[in-house]
Design a protein around this ligand. Structure first.
Ligand SMILES: [Ca+2]
Length: 604
């Protein structure tokens, strides 16, 4: 069959754009050129061995990680009292501005592995059709989070939230995909480098988009690039970067007397895929798939597409496994924080670029032998990408003020690392905010599809601010807000046969201003309950909380100034104004969708 993706092939003739904007495999992200409800099978392995010694090291290494209340509580406890006293003295010293007792050698190194477009599919989450031994190992030797979210399910804005600790509506231009990143927002990669950390990355850092400082110089948001090592890829659709070898080059270059931070930004499982590779090369079977989400047809084409995605996830995981080995061989595993996640859900219709359960929820596991109490825990707290920056800044022994980073509404995860509890550790972490603006072009005047949402208590509430617009982009311009691929091609073809096709309506059709889903009964978010009278009080309570928090965070959408997000320029000038240019007959290129994605006439 004709493969839907045009990504890599089209990009080859346009290397600069490929590098800078479309994050192809084997190319680089911007920096080079410059969320469970676990559906099944989560195993909770209790591993209590070595807790005491770990606690001791943790306490001596990170006194500032305790709150004052914790210190009082801890110093009253009889367990390891002296150690806690030391910790609390350290904390008080930190509060009072005493010189930090933590030497550079005591700070953990940081390895952040971020896959591109990987949903919550891993052995540790009970997924039977993908093998992720490295991720599962990080989880079993650390903490597996079941309710981790990105605030925005598209590459550039998601990564912007991860780096800055701010929500997309607090990031001006950086709320949008392919933007000019505002010089005023610093990320932790830059903050750590300024404080003497050795910071580097391989492949995709922040992006796609353009990030320059106030003087016009390209920014190194994830440090220096390490991309020299190449390897033969397992399919023709996977890039040739040897991520793990690049990490080893980074380790060799890292000065022994400085802590380091490495960003492993794989280009998998971003599209395109080699159709059928999951079966042909990965040894998978279509019957391995336990469940196809209700918004896609369950047939061979879609199952192949899912397994091809799985095969690419495994490529990411293999390199992660080699990186874990490299840490062990160098005696670095004990004091390295390994954090593994993805920028958002899979690159399939109604997932990437959307605001549903499987769009914003991401895989998330953290290992740090010296700093995580009772490893092997599964934690159900709601955490967000905006919590990562406060976590890493605290681990680095820095105060937020001295980083020069704009204020973050996120909360450091250190309390969860240090707790011995599983399940819900911190009661206040009971919800997350999500939202989007322009996650791609393809609508008149380069308009976005503005949405805000709240996940709490098993419910997802969404407010769509421009419901007359097309969520996945206009049909006549190829639904550009949805990457081309076998499942997309398949669903679009089905609507041409049957205009009432339910999958098309769910994935590409217009949506009402309000949506409400019962995530426990309906994790696929198929039945919108916003108009159910019996649920109106719940709906309104969720909306009130959402809007109150957004207002407190200065969201322009709450202040009647939301249109500003549509006015920010699209950073790829060759594609800006795509809708108008295409409609007047100009041959505008869009390598991430297929020719057949373009409807011949506008749809009502
Ligand atoms: Ca991505």
């Amino acid at each position: 069959m004709q493969l839907g993706h045009a990504g890599r092939d089209d990009l080859e003739g346009d290397a600069d754009l490929a590098q800078e904007f479309l994050a192809p495999r084997g190319g680089g992200g911007q920096d080079d050129g410059g969320p469970v409800h676990v559906d099944s099978g989560v195993s909770i392995g209790g591993r209590a061995a070595g807790i005491e010694s770990r606690s001791a090291r943790l306490v001596s290494g990170l006194p500032e990680a305790f709150t004052l209340e914790q210190c009082i509580e801890l110093s009253n406890s009889t367990n390891a009292m002296n150690l806690h006293r030391i910790a609390c003295l350290g904390f008080l010293g930190w509060v009072l501005g005493w010189p930090a007792a933590v030497g550079a050698a005591d700070r953990p190194n940081i390895l952040l592995a971020i896959a591109d477009d990987w949903g919550v599919h891993a052995g540790a989450y009970g997924t039977p059709w993908v093998k992720t031994p490295a991720f599962d190992r990080v989880a079993s030797e650390g903490i597996l989070f079941t309710q981790a979210y990105t605030p925005n399910a598209k590459c550039a804005p998601s990564r912007a939230c991860l780096l800055t600790g701010r929500n997309p509506w607090q990031l001006k231009e950086a709320a949008n995909h392919i933007c000019y990143f505002p010089a005023e927002f610093k990320g932790w990669g830059e903050a750590l480098a300024e404080r003497g950390w050795f910071v580097g990355h391989t492949q995709k850092g922040w992006g796609p988009g353009v990030a320059k400082d106030a003087a016009g110089k390209p920014r190194q948001m994830t440090g220096r690039a390490f991309n020299a090592r190449k390897a033969t890829p397992p399919t023709r659709a996977i890039g040739n970067s040897d991520y793990a070898a690049n990490f080893i080059d980074f380790l060799e270059a890292a000065p022994a007397d400085r802590p380091w931070c490495f960003w492993y930004g794989s280009l998998e499982p971003h599209r395109g895929y080699e159709f059928g590779s999951g079966v042909a090369r990965g040894g998978k079977r279509l019957a391995d798939i336990d469940r196809v989400p209700g918004y896609w047809p369950d047939d061979e084409t879609v199952r192949h597409d899912i397994l091809d995605y799985a095969f690419e996830v495994e490529h990411f995981d293999r390199h992660l496994g080699r990186m874990l080995e490299a840490l062990e061989q160098r005696g670095l595993a004990e004091n390295t924080l390994v954090m593994v996640t993805s920028d958002h859900g899979m690159p399939f219709p109604r997932v990437k670029g959307n605001t549903y359960n499987f769009a914003n929820r991401v895989p998330f596991a953290v290992r740090w032998p010296r700093g995580i109490a009772r490893p092997g825990r599964v934690v159900e707290d709601f955490i967000s990408f905006i919590d990562v920056a406060p976590t890493l800044i605290q681990l680095a022994g820095l105060s937020w003020a001295e980083t020069g980073m704009a204020a973050s509404p996120g909360r450091s995860l250190l309390d969860i690392f240090q707790s011995e509890k599983s399940g819900q550790v911190t009661a206040a972490r009971d919800h997350v905010l999500i939202g989007k603006e322009r996650t791609d072009i393809g609508r008149p005047q380069d308009g976005g599809y503005p949405t805000r949402g709240l996940v709490q208590g098993g419910w997802l509430y969404l407010r769509n601010f421009e419901p007359t617009r097309w969520p996945a982009g206009n049909p006549e311009t190829g639904y550009l807000d949805c990457d081309g691929g076998a499942t997309k091609t398949h669903i679009l073809a089905a609507r041409r046969e049957n205009p009432a096709d339910p999958h098309w309506a769910l994935c590409f059709g217009k949506r009402p201003a309000e949506e409400l889903y019962d995530l426990g009964r309906d994790p696929d978010c198929l039945r919108n309950l916003a108009a159910v009278a019996e649920l109106s009080a719940r709906r309104d309570a969720l909306a009130s909380r959402l809007f109150a928090e957004l207002k407190a965070q200065g969201d322009p959408r709450m202040l009647g100034e939301g249109d500003i997000f549509d006015r920010y320029p699209y950073a790829n000038e060759s594609q800006a104004g795509f809708y108008e240019r295409f409609m007047r007959g100009e041959a505008v290129k869009a390598g991430w969708v297929s020719e057949s994605d373009f409807e011949r006439t506008p749809l009502p």
